[in-house]
Write a protein that binds this ligand. Structure first.
Ligand code: ADP
Length: 255
C-alpha cells in the first residue's frame, strides 16, 4: 500500500487527485487489515472446538472401550462441539455472503407474517413461550424476507439462550417505517460490554456462551442485516433484569 508523495499547492488539480488516491489507499489498507484480523480470529475460534474434539477422541481411543463413563462423556462432548463448529461455519458463510453485499432482494413484505413464521419455527424445537404483540393487522416493510427472518431468529434465539422467562416480540409501524423489539427478562448485559456486543466473536461470558452453543457471531450478522436495510438496532439492558433489542427499518431501505 504505497501512497503518493505530493508536492505543490493545495489547489493544484494534480495534488487534489493525489489526495483522493491516498485516501482510497487508506480505505483499502484499513479493509485489508480488518479482513486479515477476521481470518485470524476465525481460525482461532475454529481451532478451539477442534482441540476439544481431538482431546476427547484421544481419550476415547485409549480408554473408551473399557470405561463406559469415558465413552459417554467423550461422545457427548464430540457431538456438541461438532454442532457448534457447524453453526460457526454456517455463520461465517453468512457473514461472508453479506460482506460481498450479495444481492439484497428487497420486496414488500409483512413483518408480522415473517415474525409468526419464525416464532412457529422456534417453537417446533423449544418449548418456551414467545408472544407476538402488535396493534397493527399488518406491518409492511420493503425488506429481504430471508434476511429479516434470520435477524428475528438471531434475536429470539439469544433471548432464549440468556433467559428462562417468557419472551416478547413487539411489532409496529409509523411514518418513519417499521419496527420490532425482542424483550426478555434474563441475565442482561453489563453496561461496559454493550458497545462491543455487535463485534465479531465478542462474547460477554465465554464459558456461558459456549455452554449455550454461542459463537459470538449472531449479533454481528444481525447488525450487518440491519445495515443492509439502512436501519438501526439499539439495545437496552439491565444486568439481572433483562434485555431489549429494538430494530427500525426505514420506509426507504435503499442505501
Ligand atoms: P453468542 O453466539 O455468544 O450468543 P452473539 O453475537 O449473538 O453471540 O451475542 C454476543 C454476546 O452478547 C453474547 O455472548 C451474550 O453475552 C450477549 N447477549 C446477546 N443477546 C443477549 C441477551 N438477550 N441477553 C443477555 N446477553 C445477550
Amino acid at each position: 500500500f504505497k501512497k503518493l508523495e505530493l508536492t505543490g499547492s493545495a489547489n493544484d488539480e494534480l495534488v487534489q487527485l493525489g489526495n483522493t488516491f491516498n485516501s482510497m489507499i487508506d480505505i483499502l489498507k484499513n479493509n485489508f487489515e480488518k479482513q486479515q484480523q477476521f481470518v485470524s480470529d476465525a481460525s482461532h475460534e475454529l481451532k478451539t472446538p477442534l482441540t476439544v474434539i481431538e482431546s476427547y477422541a484421544r481419550m476415547l481411543k485409549r480408554w473408551g472401550m473399557n470405561k463406559p463413563e469415558v465413552l459417554e462423556e467423550s461422545v457427548e462432548a464430540i457431538y456438541s462441539e461438532s454442532v457448534r463448529m457447524k453453526e460457526m461455519a454456517n455463520q461465517l458463510l453468512s457473514l461472508a455472503r453479506h460482506d460481498m453485499e450479495q444481492a439484497v432482494e428487497l420486496s414488500q413484505a409483512d413483518l408480522l407474517q415473517l415474525g409468526e413464521d419464525v416464532v412457529r419455527l422456534i417453537q417446533a424445537v423449544h418449548d418456551r413461550p414467545i408472544t407476538l404483540h402488535s396493534e397493527e393487522r399488518e406491518v409492511g416493510a420493503f425488506v429481504d424476507e430471508q434476511m429479516m427472518k434470520q435477524l428475528m431468529f438471531i434475536l429470539l434465539d439469544n433471548a432464549l439462550k440468556y433467559s428462562t422467562s417468557p419472551i416478547e416480540l413487539h411489532m409496529g409501524c409509523d411514518d418513519a417505517g417499521a419496527f420490532f423489539s425482542v424483550n426478555d427478562r434474563g441475565i442482561g448485559i453489563p453496561q461496559e460490554d454493550i458497545p462491543h456486543i455487535f463485534d465479531r466473536f465478542y462474547r460477554v461470558d465465554k464459558a456461558r456462551s459456549r455452554e449455550t452453543g454461542g459463537t459470538g457471531l449472531g449479533l454481528s450478522i444481525a447488525k450487518q442485516i440491519v445495515d443492509a436495510h439502512a436501519g438501526t438496532i439499539d439495545v437496552n439492558s439491565i444486568e439481572g433484569a433483562g434485555t431489549s433489542f429494538m430494530v427500525r427499518i426505514p420506509v426507504k431501505t435503499l442505501r
